[in-house]
Design a protein around this ligand. Sequence first.
Ligand code: PEP
Ligand code: CO
Length: 453
Amino acid sequence: MDSSDSPRRWSPDSWRAKPAAQMPTYRDADALQRALARLARLPPLVTSWEVETLKRELGDAARGRRFVLQGGDCSENFEDCESGAITNKLKILLQMSLVLIHGGRKRVIRLGRFAGQYAKPRSADTETVGGVTLPSYRGDMINSVEPTETARAPDPRRMLRAYHCAALTLNFIRALVDGGFADLQHPEYWDLDFVAHSAQAAEFRRIVQSVGSSLQFMQTLSGRGVAELNRVDFFTSHEGLHLPYEQAQTRRVPRRAGWYNLAAHFPWIGNRTRNVGGAHVEYFRGIVNPIGVKIGPPISPGELMALIEVLDPDNEPGRLTLIHRFGADAIGAGLPPLLDAVRASGRTVLWICDPMHGNTEVTREGFKTRSFDRILAELDRAFEIHRECGTVMGGVHAELTGDNVTECLGGARGITEEQLHTAYRTQVDPRLNYEQALEMALLIARRMAQAGT
Ligand code: PEP
Ligand code: CO
């Protein structure tokens, strides 16, 4: 394939000529080639028309006509590719989206961090466990979390397992959605057993009743069928970190121009790999999917504008989503200059807030956690700052699970440092549990209602 240095030439492998951060080193080059050749022949996980639909909808969100809810695990793992974990994730995203529809009076785009979120950037290449220095765990797509040399050796066959788990996850989600599980008229299907008595559950049920009656009202008014009004879509997203996996699933499709990444509807570039001269930006600039970029300190307005120029040269609606993740303390100084620079350029991008990744801390006992208050504080500031700058806060990006975990501090049950160990299950970043996620949705819905959007 052509991998010319000319700035306009691009091919699915032209990233190989650029410096690639966060890449593991495979020991067996033949095994790597075999896995990639197999992956390249497997059927696509998503279709180009779904990708185009999402791009159109994200274009609406950039103009304030829809709201994005992007959420799921920090890092999926192969073990959790099972029906309970998948349905719980779907349930919490559905419940949150219903709350947001109710508060914001606009349609919600549901973008799961699932069916491909198997590769993780790490701050160090190695970690020391019990005096032994080992390669860092980089996500199930690359190696295994157990602290042994063998488990941590990158294995290219894991890319095929990641593909298969993604396909199984998506297959189940598509079947649930088609079978009416996600029908807005049946929110009783989405109830999780362990929260029957929580305050959020009660508030959620009040919202359900009110949405249910307005749906009936709309049907009566419009004469349109139930299925048409109630249809719920899910789209998939993951960090496009492991470029060999992404490249192998980058295809041309009949009757459409350009190259599609058919491993996910919406891949994004992480905060650690968004260097404008690096391999990740090179790969992403050439695919036609809608894409995201995580934006965090210490990015400057000049650096951001250079990224936008490379990734969205035509200012195409829905193409580029900027996911800001500053932290509650840094957002006030960090975000406004970026919003001003983009606004002054006359470009339209979609801004969404990730209130998780700038608020990570480590407890005295060594648990990586996040305070729920700081997460909400960042969200609150984000709404305020966008209003002051005259820009649209078009969505939220969160690490959450439908399960009853204890990974983030605070929330309605007031999880304390001492309680974190009781159900701390994440292998990478701490997630909001069911109640915290729903409480966050209620806060966002209130802010949306106040903004009168
Ligand atoms: C993530 O989303 O899990 C992540 C690593 O985020 P960021 O790139 O913003 O640090
Ligand atoms: Co994370």
